[in-house]
Write a protein that binds this ligand. Structure first.
Ligand code: MF3
Ligand code: CO
Length: 255
């Protein structure tokens, strides 16, 4: 699959999608409290996305039954919202969301603590986010995909964490998942060369323990093989002639 270079018009639509996605995450962040069900989080997310006339990217994608992926503690990604799963003080929760605006997707994820969390959990969330920004520094035209992967991998590895290997970041645009893959670990290959107009969803999924993951019997929820904590942080990024541009952002809203 060829890597699609976006036109200025497509980039503008992705900026708008990304802005609405950032505003959606902001509303979700406010809702994160002990006692809320993961189902309620999904309801708020879908409502906000639709209030902007947008469509949730994930709803019905390959049969995924919700708009927001809500993954708690040892759940890495793709947790399915449930009316009977309630957040508890001390949990960490990853919220992954996608928005379609006029046919173009933006994809981003955040991990939050619920109430007071352990320093171990807080450190994991912080390093996972920081590793995205290490990867971002490598998002320069002329570099290769592996430069992004290596930056993320080296950053988390040097701090004692493990990068998940079975799931990767990806190109994003008129489809949620486009070429190329953006792994969070290094391979021998340099991978494709980065060019202005490429749009990538860069998404470190980082574990405290083993990098190995398993799928639950719902066929979606990915959990760590050892039951230890995992965090996720993701943004949609545009490669330019100069500095990369984060597309999944809105003015005044924390990344
Ligand atoms: N950010 C996730 C990904 O890139 C979202 C996909 S969830 C799905 O894989 F439900 F839509 F599959
Ligand atoms: Co993604």
């Amino acid at each position: 699959m060829a890597i699609l270079i976006k036109s200025e018009r497509e980039i503008e639509l992705m900026r708008e999608a990304g802005k609405i996605l950032a505003l959606t995450h902001e509303e979700l962040k406010k809702a994160i409290k002990p006692g809320i069900s993961t189902y309620e989080i999904d309801r708020i997310g879908e409502e906000v996305i639709r209030s902007y006339g947008c469509i949730p990217s994930f709803l019905n994608y390959n049969g995924y039954p919700a708009s927001i992926c809500v993954s708690v503690n040892d759940e890495v990604v793709h947790g399915i919202p449930s009316k009977t799963r309630f957040l508890e003080e001390g949990d960490i929760v990853s919220l992954d969301a996608g928005v379609i605006y006029q046919g173009y997707h933006s994809d981003s994820a955040r991990t939050y603590g619920v109430g007071e969390i352990s320093t171990e959990a807080a450190d994991l969330i912080r390093v996972t986010k920081e590793s995205f920004f290490e990867g971002l520094k490598a998002c320069r035209a002329g570099n290769h995909i592996n430069d992004i992967s290596k930056a993320i991998f080296n950053y988390v590895s040097s701090r004692g964490y493990r990068a998940v290997r079975d799931l990767v970041g990806h190109g994003v645009g008129a489809s949620l998942h486009e070429a190329p893959e953006v792994p969070n670990f290094t391979r021998m290959m340099k991978g494709p060369k980065l060019r202005p107009g490429m749009t990538l969803a860069i998404e470190p999924m980082i574990n405290i323990g083993t990098y190995e993951v398993e799928w639950l019997s719902d066929d979606w929820t990915v959990v760590t093989a050892d039951g230890a904590l995992s965090a996720h942080y993701e943004n949609t990024v545009l490669i330019t002639e100069g500095e990369p541009e984060i597309l999944s952002k809105a003015e005044g809203i924390e990344l």
